[in-house]
Ligand binder design. Structure first.
Ligand code: TYM
Length: 345
């Protein structure tokens, strides 16, 4: 493996229905980072079971689907690491240590938990509440510097930084005594970039595009056929006005803003440039251009995912190799953490 100075880590849950939001908000940028950094991309199956247990066969299928999406979008598994979280036990082990670092008050402020638990907060799993601590363990186990994620993960990234900071301060003397200098964990930075870091539902511009939305018309799945992509864009909710001439014209028009942002992200331009070209045009014409861009971009990924999924042995091989590489780094971190906090090695 080539030598890189800094490390990138990110993860996607194998909960099925991988969609355009996951792609534009996160996965699309994973491959871009591989020329500059050592990249570790995880399939977080332990996070996937926090909301509900999935049928085990279905969970394994969804794991392969995320792996196929990673490879199909250009991540090179020979040079970088693609692996499954549950194969590296140290994620759970470090999460336990961090459970005793993070404070209840910090977790009580997590808006994603409040959104997901809704009125049912007494009845959701402890794992759902603890989700962000496990996420911090994922990132810090590899002592990653950068984490490409969508906008919705910003608060979890702040929590990760707080946990790293508190660990470094609480254990400062022991960290120094064990020869790790002033701080053991780097403070990781979220990379929230691009024109579509928060892709909204195609049916309701106030809701984010989500794997769990009951309406399949709310999202474009990475496994959708060309016909399905075109139809979903044609049916996407809009308003009767033509496209605005500038950013200010998006006020009160979340659906318009969403479609323009998606187009900008797909065609690698900016929202301003899209408005220069399409401002004042009717949605019917713009939607046709958007459907062409989406198909041009997603059809090759879709075809490659299908090809890969037809060869599960290859995917499993990639994941096995990835787990072996990840375990080496994870074991080294846990050895250090055990020394630092006084557990036995
Ligand atoms: P997941 O699987 O829910 O989402 C995967 C990535 O997709 C982004 N995303 C979106 N981006 C833009 N618009 C949307 N509508 C949209 N929906 C989802 C998410 O922000 C995410 O980047 N908590 C993570 C999984 C995780 C993780 C980690 C990530 C677990 N451990 C460590 C980074 C580092 C999540 O949201 O997965």
């Amino acid at each position: 493996m080539a030598q890189y100075e800094k490390r990138v880590f990110s993860g996607v849950q194998p909960t099925g229905n991988l969609h355009l939001g996951n792609y534009l908000g996160a996965i699309k940028r994973f491959a871009d980072l591989q020329s500059s950094y050592e990249c570790i991309y995880c399939i977080v199956d332990m996070h996937a079971v926090t909301a509900r247990w999935t049928d085990p066969t279905e969970l394994r299928t969804h794991v392969r689907e995320v792996a196929a999406a990673y490879i199909a979008t250009g991540i090179n598994p020979k040079e970088h690491v693609i692996f499954v979280q549950s194969q590296v036990a140290e994620h759970a082990e470090l999460a336990w240590v961090f459970n005793c670092v993070a404070r209840m008050g910090w977790l009580n402020r997590m808006t994603q938990f409040k959104d997901k638990a809704g009125k049912n907060s007494e009845n959701v799993s402890v794992g759902l509440f603890d989700y962000p601590v496990l996420m911090a363990a994922d990132i810090l186990l590899y002592r990653a510097h950068y984490v490409p994620v969508g906008e919705v993960q910003k608060q979890h990234m702040e929590l990760t930084r707080d946990i790293a900071q508190k660990f470094n301060i609480d254990w400062a003397d022991s960290i120094a005594a064990h020869g790790f200098g002033e701080a053991y964990f780097p403070i990781p930075e979220a990379l929230i970039q691009g024109e579509a870091t928060r892709v909204m539902s195609l049916r309701d511009g106030a809701k984010k595009m989500s794997k769990s939305d009951l309406s399949d018309y709310s999202r474009i799945n990475l496994t959708d056929s060309v016909d399905a992509i075109r139809q979903k864009i044609r049916k996407a909710k809009t308003d009767p006005e033509p496209l605005p001439l500038d950013h200010k014209g998006f006020a009160g028009r979340p659906e318009a803003e969403n479609l323009v942002s998606i187009f900008a992200a797909l065609t690698q331009t900016s929202v301003d440039d899209v408005l220069k070209e399409y401002g004042g045009t009717q949605f019917s014409a713009f939607k046709a251009a958007l459907a062409d861009a989406a198909v041009e971009h997603l059809a090759p990924i879709n075809a490659e995912m299908r090809r890969l999924l037809a060869d599960p042995a290859y995917i499993d091989d990639v994941l096995q190799n990835g787990a072996e590489k990840a375990k080496v780094i994870a074991a080294e971190t846990m050895r250090a953490v055990r020394d630092i906090v006084g557990f036995r090695n």
